[in-house]
Design a protein around this ligand. Structure first.
Ligand code: BJ8
Length: 432
């Protein structure tokens, strides 16, 4: 694996209208980072080979697959939030790809336009498009944004100048009238997808798509259950990578490969083989999503000797914990079932959102974690304020707890390291 590199496709990128020279540097940097953070891990399951190979092709092979879908007249839709129902795009024979920005590189580009004191994920995403350094952004037919937070909803107005950006209104409460609004928004989304596909989605197609994406979520649930075993058979970094790739890969292939990996992890569990020794502090993360390639906190935790056993986050359990009822076979009933499932997402943009506090405690127990690290991206008001309730619940339950607010820059690494080491010490003392 020393020879690992993220493969270069300059002619393809040129054709997509990208800033090729600049992107080439990002490609090399990402490859180096991947080698250092991922390939240096000892004792990795063999099944991670598929995900390494996918990373090697992330800027080429996967893009070519998406372009083939486009050439067949099917929609390729970019999204930023787990509220956008990917089943609808898949039903139209299309591809739904997560575009959330997880790296520092394009933030200065974004800050030429956007205020500095907003969420780094929003700035990173906008910067990727503004600087033309993301092949996914260059490939999509359109972007579907949402109104979950102020930073996102106002940025979409500007992003729309660079790429067609439609916005789905996400209700902020979960009353009956909010559910009706949400259903109407899902219908609009379906109409937009059908317009690009040039054909109406049938009940058979939507039913098959629901099953396909449910299977993906089931495979991720299986991985989460296996991480809950002692010792955990896979590192938190590898598991996070898989959860991130879930937003890029072709869903059927992804589920197959993840299930193969889970077969191997089951054997490891039976043989008592862990990614690290069972004495390693087990940490659960809760909070804002960590978009590819945001591996900062997992890397710090695991370098300090911990193992991350769960992510209560949208790139994590919030994406896969709920399934859609596969029973209905008529379009209207399917859309209702789909809406009901999506309304269970407990994002902090909702008020009240106390079910998330319960969910955090449930996942803490299921993952056999020994401490919770609440992670919030800088300037994310909803997660930063909701953190108070999570902290209170941890105090009540006697759970070792640390809250951090961070961005993508390496500047706070030293400070985070110190706080993380003290937190792990707290877990070790509580375990004695
Ligand atoms: S359902 S968590 S993916 S909105 S971190 S951009 S909220 S300021 S990401 Fe999210 Fe959907 Fe919710 Fe999930 Fe704004 Fe906060 Fe930034 Fe955020």
């Amino acid at each position: 694996m020393e020879q690992f590199e993220i493969k270069a496709y300059p002619a393809l990128w040129e054709g997509l209208g990208m800033e090729v020279a600049r992107f080439e540097k990002s490609r090399q940097m990402l490859g180096e980072m991947y080698r250092k953070i991922y390939l240096s891990q000892p004792n990795r399951p063999a099944g991670m080979g598929y995900f390494d190979a996918l990373m090697a092709e992330i800027f080429g092979g996967r893009i070519e697959e998406m372009l083939a879908v486009k050439r067949a007249g099917r929609p390729v839709v970019g999204t930023f939030c787990v509220y956008i129902p990917e089943e609808v795009v898949v039903a139209a024979g299309g591809v739904c790809v997560g575009l959330c920005g997880g790296s520092q590189g394009p933030i200065p580009d974004a800050e030429k336009v956007l205020p500095r004191n907003i969420c780094p994920m929003v700035k990173s995403a906008y910067g990727f498009k503004a600087a033309r350094i993301c092949p996914y952004f260059q490939t999509v037919d359109f972007v579907y944004g949402e109104t979950t937070c102020d930073a996102k909803k106002k940025t979409w107005e500007l992003l729309n100048r660079l790429v067609p950006t439609h916005v789905m209104e996400i209700p902020q409460m979960k009353r009956e009238r909010d559910k009706a609004l949400w259903l109407a928004e899902v219908r609009d989304f379906k109409a937009k997808v059908e317009e690009v596909a040039g054909a109406a989605i049938t009940a058979g197609e939507l039913g098959a798509a629901i099953k396909l994406i449910n299977d993906k979520r089931r495979a991720l649930q299986r991985l989460a259950r296996l991480r809950g075993k002692r010792p955990s058979p896979i590192s938190g970094k590898d598991a996070l990578l898989i959860e991130q790739i879930a937003f890029y890969d072709e869903p059927g292939r992804f589920s197959r490969k993840l299930n193969e990996l889970c077969d191997e992890l089951e054997e490891r569990v039976q043989g008592g083989l862990g990614a690290v020794a069972d004495s390693a502090p087990r940490v659960m993360l809760s909070g804002t999503p960590m978009a590819l390639p945001n591996w900062k906190v997992h890397h710090l935790l695991e370098t300090a000797g911990a193992v991350v056993v769960n992510e209560e986050s949208c790139i994590g359990s919030r994406y896969f914990k709920d399934l859609i009822d596969e029973g209905p076979d008529r379009l209207e009933a399917q859309l209702t079932a789909l809406t009901e499932r999506y309304m269970q997402i407990d994002c902090s943009c909702f008020t009240p959102n106390d079910e998330r506090v319960e969910q955090v405690l449930t996942e803490y127990r299921q993952s056999q974690a020994q401490g919770i690290l609440h992670y919030s991206l800088q300037f994310c008001h909803t997660y930063n304020i909701e953190e108070i309730k999570i902290r209170e619940a941890c105090e009540r339950e006697g759970i070792p707890y640390l809250a951090i607010e961070s961005d993508y820059s390496p500047e706070d690494t030293g400070q985070l390291q110190t706080r993380i080491e003290a937190f792990l010490e707290q877990i070790r003392e509580a375990a004695c």
